[in-house]
Write a protein that binds this ligand. Sequence first.
Ligand code: 6GU
Length: 245
Amino acid sequence: MRYDVLTIFPEMIQGYLKEGILARAAKRDLIKIEVTDIRAFARGAHKNTDDRPFGGGDGMVMKPGPIYRALESVPRVAPESLVLLLTPQGKRFDQAMAWELSRQKQLILLCGRYEGIDERIRKLCVDRELSIGDYVLSGGELAALVLMDAVSRLIPGVLGGEKSTQEDSFEDGLLEYPQYTRPRVFRGEEVPEVLLSGDHEKIRQWRRAQSLKRTLEKRPDLLHHARLTPQDEAMLKELKGKVDK
Ligand code: 6GU
């Protein structure tokens, strides 16, 4: 996967990429992240990238010229490479979308600033608009990093153990079960007996029940779209009975 991030704050992106999963994936050539400074494509003595809105009003609007030229400077590695605008007006990014995007060869991420970008960039250059949630950020940079993290960890080889993405929260629409490591007793709190039993089937059942219980308690909305077996349904019925009483 090649990502191209277009921003007026390139250091925000580069700083984050120095460590962690994205840095490791880049070192191993599983992903490539190129950051393009939109300001480098601004003209005039002041290299302005924004200007006052036609029609008046508060705030500034990102000028179309620098963004257009920055986009033109990005080499397209695949005919189907996507230009994504990060904006609170976009479709909400979720795990299903992360899987879909992880199959692309190139994602071009255009970081808008909150006040907005000239509408003609949307019309002429943008394939999709994405938001990471219903709140307002001052710019799309954090959203671009969130997207690259969530997408990259789905690319084969990026995570050490391939299996672990399958068990993540949201992959089957449920939250993850509780995890414990040593010591066996911490401040008087013991690790659940079943996890020490060595009975793998019993452990699997206990974990599934815990996932269901947690999801019911913390994110009942997720259960509408979860992939549930008949055993899961039976377990949920039992859990709901306990909650209601
Ligand atoms: Cl993608 N951009 C901004 N500015 N705010 C956001 C967002 C994106 N997603 C949620 N809030």
